[in-house]
Each structure stands twice: as structure tokens, then as C-alpha cells.
Design a protein. Structure first.
Length: 199
């Protein structure tokens, strides 16, 4: 099977190298199997809210193992992770969230205090922590996705105007992972292919 979606790649690694370290962080490590299991529990919570293929889900969290778990969960329901820069404030933050037209966003509790100043400018949206979404006793089957389906939206810096969302497909993200993980390819070559799309 061609592993051309983000969550299919995770599922393969969880099956073949379950106990290998996937995420190493100051607070501890997570294996491929642990990320697969935890992200399925969060994905079940997203699915119970009606989040599905093609829906955008703002992901507003600092770098952490939970960020990876949330991203994998969004991928598993076929939705699109919209990365929100944690340094954004005020109108820039409002614009980034509203541009997604999302019903649900995943937020780190440390950022909740930033919602109140912009609350009246936001479109209707529910902010939930990753813990609020976990459904550990619920079976979850990942959504069927195509490698050309959007996987993530990353915003431009907004230095010359409002930030714009750049849509990246599953194939694009997976190919980057392949390049960065191939010891035979110098990183400068991997970076050139990442930016130019050369094959």
C-alpha cells in the first residue's frame, strides 16, 4: 500500500516499529504506538462533533507532544489542520481563525486568555482542549483520504498584508518526511526539492 497520507504513514510505523520513539520532548518520549493510540482517542472526539473530511480545524498550541497528537487526530478524521502561530495577537489572530470558517478549534489552555479580547470579532467557533476531545473507550476507524487531499494550512507571515493560507497536500507533507528521513540525501538537496517541487 502506498503510504501517501499523514495518518497512513503513522499507522504503518505504529504497526512495524510500535515501540520506537516518535516524539522526543523535555517532558518525555512518545512511541509510534502511543501517538497512534492517543490520536485515535482524540479523533473519536472530533468525529463525535461532526468534524470530517475537508473540514478545517485550527490547531493553536505551542510545540509539545500534544501538538503532534492533535495534528494526527485531525488527519485521521480527514480534516485539515490549520496551524495558528502562538505569537499572533489581536486582528492578526482574529483573521487567522476566521479565515478557516471552522466550527471547532483545538487550543492549549495556556492560550485561552487571548480569546476574550477578540471574542466579539470571531465567527461562531468552539475552542476545545485536547483533553476535552479524548474518547478513550470509543473505537475509531480513520477516514478514507486521497494523497491529494489537503493535509495542512500554513499561514504566511503577513508582513506585507493580511496572512494568507497556504494549502499543503498529504503527498506534499509525506514527501517532505521521506526526504528529511533519508540519510542518503543531503539536507540541502531535500530543502531544494521541498521548495521547488523537483523530483
Amino acid at each position: 500500500m502506498a503510504l501517501r497520507t499523514v495518518h497512513s504513514l503513522l499507522a504503518d510505523r505504529a504497526s512495524t516499529t510500535a515501540d520506537a520513539c516518535f516524539v522526543r520532548f523535555a517532558t518525555g518520549d512518545l512511541t509510534f504506538a502511543e501517538v497512534d493510540e492517543e490520536s485515535s482517542a482524540v479523533a473519536a472526539g472530533l468525529a463525535s462533533l461532526g468534524v470530517g473530511r475537508g473540514d478545517l480545524v485550527p490547531l493553536w498550541m505551542p510545540n509539545s507532544p500534544n501538538f503532534i497528537v492533535a495534528w494526527m487526530a485531525i488527519s485521521k478524521v480527514g480534516a485539515v489542520a490549520t496551524f495558528i502561530n502562538t505569537a499572533m495577537r489581536g486582528p492578526a489572530l482574529t483573521h487567522a481563525i476566521n479565515l478557516s470558517n471552522a466550527d471547532v478549534a483545538i487550543i492549549d489552555d495556556s492560550l485561552r486568555h487571548l480569546i476574550e479580547p477578540i471574542a466579539t470579532e470571531l465567527k461562531p467557533i468552539t475552542f476545545l482542549s485536547i483533553d476535552a476531545l479524548r474518547r478513550s473507550n470509543t473505537a475509531f476507524e480513520p477516514a478514507a483520504c486521497d494523497e491529494l487531499d489537503p493535509a495542512v494550512v500554513m499561514y504566511t507571515s503577513g508582513t506585507t498584508g493580511r496572512s494568507k493560507g497556504c494549502v499543503l497536500s498529504h503527498r506534499y507533507v509525506v514527501r517532505n518526511a521521506e526526504l528529511m528521513g533519508d540519510p542518503a540525501i543531503p539536507h540541502r538537496v531535500a530543502r531544494r526539492e521541498w521548495f521547488t517541487g523537483d523530483r
